[in-house]
Design a protein around this ligand. Structure first.
Ligand code: SF4
Ligand code: SF4
Length: 187
């Protein structure tokens, strides 16, 4: 596996300004399912040292993300590209001595980031493909022809109408179409 290159969440030239701190952020997180125990983090670093993604990335560090969240650096956490590198393997959750569900804390960060419309283009493309075809990825014509040539049955037809109905129910469509940083209505 090669090193994963991403935008660092914090660089030396990004001094923290008092104005960007949101001291209420950690209390917001305590109310979210999965991140209730975040205040128990004592920064031992076990989550990072055992994380298989951190091993191959020079910027993804779950401990650092949690530290930033507890410090109140809400925008930096939610705008961080590295947030999306977590593979949800739950190793960190199994090993945290404080019983913090680290993987679920990362998921909570992602959900909050997505609420702001702040998530990588690749997921927006997947969502667009789902809405268009019912599949997360467009199946290349070449692959369809190859299946035919090998006598394989056709792939099941996607049902974008049903997908669209479901995604509308959870306001997903508005979220993916919303410009970055704009808040959902009712928030
Ligand atoms: S392993 Fe648990 S206590 Fe240690 S830094 Fe990670 S979240 Fe905090
Ligand atoms: S769940 Fe995410 S943060 Fe935790 S060990 Fe796996 S990849 Fe790392």
């Amino acid at each position: 596996m090669s090193e994963v290159a991403t935008t660092p969440i914090q660089s030396k030239d990004q001094a923290i300004k008092a104005s960007e701190l949101d001291p209420k952020f950690k209390y917001e997180l305590v109310k979210i399912h999965g991140s209730e125990k975040i205040l128990k983090c004592f920064q031992c670093g076990t989550c990072t040292s055992d994380c298989p993604v951190a091993r191959f990335s020079d910027s993804y560090r779950p401990r650092t993300l949690i530290h930033m969240a507890l410090t109140g650096l809400k925008d930096r956490v939610l705008n961080s590209d590295t947030l999306w590198l977590c593979a949800a393997c739950y190793t960190c959750t199994d090993r945290c001595p404080q019983d913090i569900e680290v993987a679920n804390v990362i998921r909570a960060f992602r959900n909050l980031a997505a609420e702001k419309g702040c998530f990588p283009q690749v997921f927006k493309d997947q969502a667009a493909s789902l809405l268009e075809s019912g599949y997360a990825f467009k199946i290349p014509e070449l692959r369809i022809k190859k299946r035919e040539s090998q006598g394989l049955p056709p792939l099941p037809k996607g049902n974008p109408e049903k997908v669209c109905k479901t995604l509308k129910g959870v306001k997903f469509i508005e979220k993916i179409q919303k410009p970055v940083g704009e808040k959902s209505s009712g928030q």
